[in-house]
Design a protein around this ligand. Structure first.
Ligand SMILES: C[S@@+](CC[C@H](N)C(=O)[O-])C[C@H]1O[C@@H](n2cnc3c(N)ncnc32)[C@H](O)[C@@H]1O
Length: 309
């Protein structure tokens, strides 16, 4: 796959209608974590980010990296709810980063605590061992490839650092041509590289190959996918999406993607997972020397090692 072309397509996909989008749903794009009947979308979206923050065990000494931060709503929430030492948030879509910076200013979050920049999850502009925690919510599926992101996350985490993602996994292999078509259509509409379509066993294998240990994966689909699907079938939601992204991207393509994911979930093909993995405190695996030469940890974040829970 040509990464530059793929990333341009992803940016076009997410950049369309952004001017109207940033206030809709309070700036959140995630699927939500629907644990209480009658929840509003914004509550479910924040509930998902709270789950991620709790899984990471964020605290006041944490130096967090957020990859695929969208328009920054989740980082403003994390900054306020968990009060970590710092958050560096990156996204590939430049328009998202512009909106994220505006949002942080509007909500009065200190720009030393919360910084945004444009970057790809597969080429992170940070020194080795710079963070205590790394997060990516519903973004690794787009990365070319997710595996390269795992390597980068491992590199920028200090020993003992924690990675948490919410992501999509193949629940089982497609059985026939119709199921293969469903997976392929969803993948293409959603700009997911073919190399990222696999199940939980492969997730674990790739995380272990990157060097992570204590890998934990939980299927939380039932509290995520139906809630999001039905939220988007509400007349008010469709009307907003039509205004923001137009008939094709907002309503028709949006419906097709939602329908494909929902159908794939109902037939056991798609799972929504929460994962957590740790970088060992003592590196047991012999890895090639980092191209950046290491040392970032001591230069930039020398306290981080002692702050990890
Ligand atoms: C489905 S949205 C999720 C955003 C946000 N985490 C949320 O849950 O609302 C996916 C995000 O990943 C970003 N993205 C896609 N490919 C990326 C890459 N290679 N590196 C960094 N961000 C990327 C997109 O720009 C988009 O903001």
């Amino acid at each position: 796959m040509n990464t530059a072309k793929h990333e341009t397509r992803v940016q076009n996909f997410y950049g369309t209608g952004i001017d109207g989008y940033h206030e809709y749903h309070n700036g959140y794009l995630n699927f939500g974590y629907w644990t209480v009947p009658g929840m509003r979308y914004e509550e479910a979206a924040e509930n998902l980010i709270r789950l991620a923050g709790n899984t990471l065990k964020l605290r006041s000494t944490s130096c967090l990296l957020d990859v695929g931060c969208d328009m920054g709503a989740q980082d403003v929430f994390l900054a306020k709810a968990f009060r970590p030492y710092s958050i560096d948030a990156v996204d590939l879509t430049e328009k998202h980063v512009v909106r994220a910076k505006e949002r942080a200013r509007r909500y009065g979050v200190d720009s030393i605590k919360l910084r945004f920049c444009q970057a790809s999850g597969t080429d992170l502009p940070f020194p080795d061992e710079y963070f205590t925690h790394a997060l990516s919510v519903e973004a690794p599926e787009h990365f070319d490839t997710r595996e390269d992101f795992f390597d980068e996350a491992y590199r920028v985490l200090a020993p003992g650092g924690i990675l948490t993602c919410t992501d999509y996994s193949l629940g089982r292999e497609p059985k026939n041509i119709l199921e293969r078509a469903l997976v392929e259509i969803t993948r293409r509409l959603w700009h997911v590289p073919r190399a990222n379509v696999y199940g939980n066993a492969m997730f674990k294998e790739k995380l272990h190959s990157a060097g992570f240990t204590d890998v934990f994966i939980q299927d939380i689909s039932a509290s995520v996918i139906p809630g999001y699907y039905f939220e988007h079938r509400r007349w008010e939601s469709m009307r907003e999406m039509m205004k923001i992204r137009g008939l094709w991207k907002g309503v028709i393509a949006g419906f097709l993607i939602d329908w494909a994911v929902y159908t794939a979930y109902q037939t056991g093909l798609c799972e929504y997972i929460l994962l957590r993995a740790e970088k060992p405190k003592e590196e047991k695996i012999s890895r090639p020397p980092s191209p950046t030469g290491g040392g970032g940890y001591y230069t930039y974040n020398c306290l981080a090692r002692f702050m990890i829970v």
